[in-house]
Design a binder for this molecule. Structure first.
Ligand SMILES: Cc1cc2nc3c(=O)[nH]c(=O)nc-3n(C[C@H](O)[C@H](O)[C@H](O)COP(=O)(O)OP(=O)(O)OC[C@H]3O[C@@H](n4cnc5c(N)ncnc54)[C@H](O)[C@@H]3O)c2cc1C
Length: 456
């Protein structure tokens, strides 16, 4: 029998992905709440958090999300410093690429997201020595904000491997990659001296109300845990936990996929920033394949116009040769309890799509190198693609979920905000709009329904 004090905590955090670990980390390190149990039947960071592309950026079509990710990046930089560089942060930026010259809608969106702070948005109409210099040593020289490259000669010289038809590159500068797994590990290690560990247990039922009694399925059988407060950080299963508390959360799970493989043809430059082709396209097929695909209802969509948003980046060390490709074109929600809807056509689709911007990738169509990985996970998301971080209806219960495709980059701010909600401390001004309270703000919800979702 566990000692009685092990069966009673101040806060039970349900889920040991990036989000649950970050909430526990900030409870311990900022609020000195140490009677915390992190519950998960799986290894920490092994579900959605293991599938992340591990990219970060502060670019969003709305200032609330810009403030949220700016805050999170600052906290990541702090954790990186205090953990001796464990997060392996890079700062090559995000390059958003289009064949449209001077895309007014995208430039307006930058002003909406970044606000009017002078100097944050720099339109580059000609070659520019400062910009070129900042590319060579991004950690020390990359400014905040965004460089919008409108000059084709500048684009050619900065990014010679892109296809010739690129007319505009929006280069987001406070952006790059992190090791999300290392971030989770660093948080776990920092909590250990306070005695906070992940307990291997699945929450099966929740009874009572502040204090709650959790029914846990463990390797040893069914146990109970008493807790004053609950944090629901169950990723794709956040609705299951909410239902145990008598609440339905407005979230859905949409499966997204990636491939990674050794780029033995050196098709992608090792210093290329994370690059997103914004333009929609119709994939190129030969006439016979096109007819076959069009004839089958299951594959017909592959010959129809597809949305933009294909992304590509070098993966791992600068002297390595792995690359990663993704395309979040799926919009159909799935049941996360069912088998993962992995699509065997995905590697071929993403390679065909990506080779429009990176022509040398075409060498891999139908010839994906042995050892290539094809994997995926759920974007757990609200309709407006903003997260849910804050109080749930039942007293003493909180949610930190719906982190969609941005939960690695937003984990730190999510943890810091949620820990503040749990302890009744002040939250940053932007955080109110990320809680369920926003559904009571008709003007904000109408604005979000009109604006872009930033779900790349
Ligand atoms: C293909 C893909 C690419 C992505 N790329 C990026 C990227 O480049 N940058 C970025 O910032 N984000 C990215 N993301 C998003 C990011 O990975 C997620 O937002 C983040 O990992 C979500 O973390 P989480 O802790 O909420 O969920 P999870 O990691 O899924 O963790 C939830 C945990 O809760 C546990 N749990 C569930 N039910 C129970 C229960 N009843 N009892 C106990 N425990 C339970 C689960 O076992 C799980 O371990 C990507 C996501 C995908 C799918």
């Amino acid at each position: 029998m566990p000692a009685p004090e092990q069966n009673s905590v101040d806060v039970a955090v349900i889920g040991a992905g990036s989000i649950g670990l970050a909430v526990a980390y900030y409870l311990v390190t900022r609020h000195a709440v140490t009677r915390v149990a992190v519950l998960d039947p799986r290894d920490p960071m092994s579900l959605t958090s293991a599938q992340s592309g591990e990219n970060y950026r502060n670019w969003w079509p709305h200032p609330v999300m810009t403030a949220f990710t700016d805050h999170s990046i600052t906290l990541m930089e702090e954790l990186d410093r205090t953990s001796g560089g464990r997060l392996n942060m890079t700062r090559g930026g995000y390059a958003l690429v289009t064949r449209r010259a001077r895309p007014a809608d995208l430039i307006d969106e930058l002003y909406r997201g970044y606000g009017e702070t002078p100097g944050r948005i720099r339109l580059r109409e000609a070659d520019d020595a400062d910009y070129q210099r900042s590319l060579r040593s991004p950690w020390t020289a990359a400014p905040d904000g965004v460089d919008v490259l409108l000059d084709r000669a500048l684009i050619r010289s900065a990014f010679p491997a892109y296809a010739d038809d690129v007319a505009t590159v929006i280069h987001i500068r406070r952006a790059g990659s992190i090791s999300a797994q290392q971030m989770g590990q660093a948080m776990l290690e920092a909590m250990r001296p306070a005695g906070v560990r992940v307990r291997r247990a699945a929450v099966r039922a929740i009874g009572g109300g502040a204090p709650y009694t959790l029914e846990l399925q463990t390797d040893a059988g069914v146990e109970t845990l008493r807790t004053e407060r609950i944090v629901n950080a169950a990723g794709p299963f956040v609705r299951d936990i909410a239902r145990m508390l008598g609440e339905d959360l407005p979230v859905k799970c949409v499966y997204q996929q990636k491939i990674s493989f050794r780029d033995r043809e050196a098709a992608i430059a090792r210093d290329m920033p994370f690059t997103i082709d914004l333009d929609g396209q119709q994939l190129a097929w030969d006439a016979e394949d096109r007819a076959l695909l069009a004839a089958d209802p299951a594959t017909r969509r592959l010959v129809e116009p597809m949305t933009g948003g294909i992304h590509c980046r070098p993966d791992g060390a600068v002297d390595g040769d792995w690359i990663k490709l993704g395309w979040a074109y799926n919009e159909t929600a799935s049941d996360p309890h069912a088998d993962e809807p992995i699509d065997p056509h995905f590697p071929d689709i993403v390679l065909r799509g990506a080779s429009r911007l990176h022509p040398r990738l075409a060498a891999y169509i139908g010839h994906l190198p042995r050892g290539a990985h094809h994997y995926g996970g759920y974007y757990t998301m609200t309709e407006e693609n903003w997260p849910l971080i804050g109080p749930m209806r039942a007293p003493g219960s909180f949610v930190a979920g719906a982190l969609s495709g941005f939960g690695s980059m937003a984990a730190c701010a999510t943890g810091a905000i949620c820990a503040a909600w749990v302890t009744g401390s002040a939250v940053p001004a932007y955080a109110h709009a990320l809680s369920a309270a926003r559904y009571g703000d008709a003007a904000l919800m109408a604005e979000l329904a009109r604006s872009g979702k930033g779900s790349l």
